[in-house]
Design a protein around this ligand. Structure first.
Ligand SMILES: C[S@@+](CC[C@H](N)C(=O)[O-])C[C@H]1O[C@@H](n2cnc3c(N)ncnc32)[C@H](O)[C@@H]1O
Length: 308
């Protein structure tokens, strides 16, 4: 949703931005292209490959002081910013394009895709995250497994799949994506297997979220991002599933209200003041044209706010 994000951010020469999710560098590149010689972008990614790739491509086309590349977790946004800017630095725009990049999905060694056979069950974005899907699948107890499948995947057959995993791992360690896909497909009754969606979709999503603690990272980053904006600065978040979007929506709604007291209170006791203005009253979705060009964008949801 690059076009829509750029319309909202409207980067101007001399302004400063943070791209919390560098990935293939599409957003950073587009922003840098509008900043003239003075504006700066701090681009962050947990994945060292994304950082190395940007160092080889993006960084070569601009002045050195304009792009800072941070191999780090955006949940530590305030600390990361202090490494590159003064303590009082405030930004004109911040973007979070959540989830994983196409390069990560296609990388067999990462095991994010249920379509790549024989890939190792890693699903780790890197950057200090030590958990792996293989460890979760082979060592978490049945209840813990079922809980992440339910909470992060909204999978109806969570417990049944967890039981099937536990039965299989007693015989043989589960190390590859296709071993796991086979177990999932065997545990979900055929009549509940949707023709359009792969039966392993929700389990792979829940494992990835658990390995990288993605929802906690997002919850941690949002208030830091808001406090790093200048008045009039914009925060754009693109999420790819309902769990992320719910966190973003609720946080924005709360931060855009003047009082958070329960409705029965006649007078405000909390003193909460709105920090944000919501610019996307309704969530924005990609155009049919974008979905055609990039089918992975079909679940994208964009919300944008402005700091008051
Ligand atoms: C959807 S991709 C971003 C694509 C990017 N906007 C582009 O133009 O190519 C998401 C990226 O965010 C990174 N990421 C996910 N969680 C992160 C976190 N907590 N901290 C830093 N980077 C993260 C992933 O490694 C991935 O490269």
């Amino acid at each position: 949703m690059l076009k829509e994000v750029m319309e909202y951010l409207n980067p101007e020469p001399g302004n400063n931005y943070i791209d919390c999710t560098l990935g293939g560098g599409g957003y950073s590149k587009a922003i840098l292209g509008r900043l003239g010689n003075e504006g700066k972008v701090l681009a962050i990614d947990l994945d060292n490959l994304a950082i190395a790739n940007a160092a080889l491509t993006l960084k070569l086309s601009i002045a050195n002081h304009q792009l800072y590349l941070a191999h780090a977790n955006f949940k530590n946004l305030s600390v990361i910013v202090k490494k590159y800017f003064t303590a009082d630095a405030r930004f004109d725009g911040i973007v979070l394009d959540l989830g994983l990049s196409s390069a990560q999905l296609e990388d067999r060694a990462r095991g994010f895709s249920f379509n790549l056979t024989g890939a190792q069950l890693n699903m780790n974005f890197g950057g200090g995250i030590t958990e792996t899907a293989e460890n979760i699948i082979n060592s978490w107890d049945i209840k813990e497994l079922a809980k992440i499948f339910r909470d992060y995947g909204e999978e109806k057959f969570a417990y049944k799949i967890a039981l099937a995993i536990a039965a299989e791992r007693r015989i043989k360690r589960i190390i590859t994506t296709d071993q796991l896909v086979k177990i999932i497909a065997g545990a979900i009754p055929k009549r509940f297997q949707d023709k359009k969606t792969h039966p392993a979709t929700k389990i792979f999503q829940s494992l990835r979220l658990a390995v990288n603690q993605e929802l906690d990272n997002l919850r941690g980053a949002l208030p830091q991002a808001v406090s790093l904006l200048k008045p009039g600065g914009k925060l754009a978040v693109i999420s790819y599933h309902s769990l992320e979007d719910r966190i973003v929506k609720q946080y924005f709604r709360q931060a855009a209200r003047d009082c958070l007291c329960p409705p029965i209170m006649p007078i405000c006791q909390c003193g909460h003041k709105a920090e944000l203005k919501i610019l996307t009253r309704k969530v924005l979705r990609p155009t049919a044209e974008e979905v055609l060009k990039n089918p992975r964008s079909r679940s994208a949801k964009l919300r944008v706010v402005e700091k008051i």
